[in-house]
Design a protein around this ligand. Structure first.
Ligand code: GTP
Ligand code: ZN
Length: 221
């Protein structure tokens, strides 16, 4: 594990050996040696640097805990979906009611983060499937959506990841996903368009046929 010495440098806890501040050898590898505590320590220290560069007063009692707050928020909340340990357990039941129509879970809250600018993506996901013999607990659909939202994302990938996870869990190709979301990187900065939203979709199996797709779309309107 890592700690910060009196000079503000990262050192290995066991032998005090200096570790390069950017952790090049660890970045992007999701190295399991970095547990949540180590990640928060590192993020807090880097965020402190950003605040100092911006000229903020870290002695201000409102600001001094902000690096720790941001670190905790990233690791435990906004980006908790980067940790596979947080993948939701899915409860499946036998389809003993012989319900063979599509099941739709609509208006699932999407609260994600744009990976290009690290600002929110806010919207709704609508998901449908046909049972291949198994039925999923409804809340698990929302949990799957939330898990993949809690990563730096682009909406296209988010849509595909949700569809892939549902297919795997439900052992069926008959899955549809639509996401309609506002990107604050488009609304609050840059082009500053507060009205546009982005719609992405995934249709596979039975949903590639015209009638089921049309029925799904009519229900989510
Ligand atoms: N395809 C896709 N693009 C996205 C998504 N989220 C943000 N973007 C876009 O990513 C692009 C990044 O473009 P850049 O030109 O590198 O960034 P930028 O200079 O900040 O661009 P502007 O936003 O136009 O000011 C922007 O056009 C964003 O609108 C997403 O989920 N999917
Ligand atoms: Zn963005």
């Amino acid at each position: 594990m890592f700690t910060i010495n009196s000079n503000g440098n990262y050192v290995e806890e066991t032998n005090g050996k200096f570790v390069p501040p950017l952790f090049n050898e660890l970045l992007g590898t999701n190295d399991s040696t970095l547990d949540d505590e180590a990640k928060m320590l590192l993020i807090s220290n880097h965020f402190k640097q950003i605040m100092l560069i911006l000229g903020l007063d870290l002695n201000d009692d409102s600001l001094k805990a902000t690096p720790d707050r941001v670190a905790k928020m990233y690791v435990k909340e906004l980006f908790s979906g980067l940790n596979a340990d947080n993948k939701p357990d899915v409860t499946l039941f036998e389809n003993k009611y012989r319900y063979n129509e599509m099941l739709i879970e609509k208006n699932i809250t999407v609260y994600s983060c744009c990976e290009h600018h690290f600002v929110p993506i806010i919207g709704k996901a609508h998901v449908a499937y046909f049972s291949s013999g198994k039925v999923i607990g409804l809340s698990k659909i929302n949990r799957i959506v939330q898990y993949y939202c809690k990563r730096p994302q682009v909406q296209e990938r988010l849509t595909e990841q949700i569809a892939g996870a549902l297919k795997e869990a439900l052992q069926t190709e008959d899955v549809a996903v639509v996401i309609d979301a506002a990107h604050l990187c488009v609304a609050s900065r840059g082009v500053s368009d507060v009205n546009s939203t982005t719609i992405t979709s995934h249709y596979s199996g039975k949903f590639r046929k015209e009638e089921p797709k049309r029925e799904f779309i009519s229900f989510i309107k």
